[in-house]
Design a protein around this ligand. Sequence first.
Ligand code: GLN
Length: 275
Amino acid sequence: MNISQALEHGVDELVASESPEIDCQVLLCHVLDCTSTYLHAWADKLITSEQQKQFEGLIKERKQGHPIAHLTGTRGFWSLDLKVTEDTLIPRPDTELLVELALSKINDGMRVADLGTGSGAIVLALATEQSRATFFAMDYSAPALKIANDNAITNEINNVQFWQGSWLDAISAHSLDVIVSNPPYIEQDDPHLLQGDVRFEPMTALASGTDGLDDIRAIIEQAQYCLKPMGWLMIEHGYHQAQQVTELFKQAGFIVVSSERDFGGNNRVVIGQRP
Ligand code: GLN
């Protein structure tokens, strides 16, 4: 079988999925350890029976619904290639908004925490752009924290400390300049949790109580004590939660509260300052 036949076969198998062509190209690139340009340039090149077997195995798993990021074990975020497993949320492009907003507030020497760091996507993107700040990556899940740590090592990022614990439990009062978080925020009975890639992601990274806001409430409450005066809190939330989250920030006494839109035009992040 050559490259073009393998792709054709894969697309036939995945015809019911959302993006069969792209899925097949990404999986075949993974098996052959090559770029998609190579696939086009060498369409007639034969693949080995070992490679064919591996590719067919991946196609079968994809057909069962497994996310591409789990099958290849990686996902690109910001400028980084990150290892991803079933222990973490798969980084979403929407979350790059949070990185941009945080970078606009972080200066040399600041202390910044990322709560529920997962794969480390947010904190590692920040640390790679701002080498003169100190970053704290927090997660309740030890396996997730191990992946974040591995991602720091492979991306040669040295200014991040990793702490296991619930939200800000490990942080002392008035010690942070900026807190960022992409916490779980989906309503626990949202039918989307039973569809597509999210079925294979950790529920603890996705759902948060009946209105999806349990963890956001907990973070806002704790952040008031851990931020320095004039410190910033910024939290990602669901596309329809901007008003509620803005209200929670204001009720907790945050000032200069604003709601920011992602590249898809949805309100995605609320930011506010501790007086
Ligand atoms: N944005 C993700 C989704 O809609 C959810 C991520 C989260 O809960 N933090 O699938």
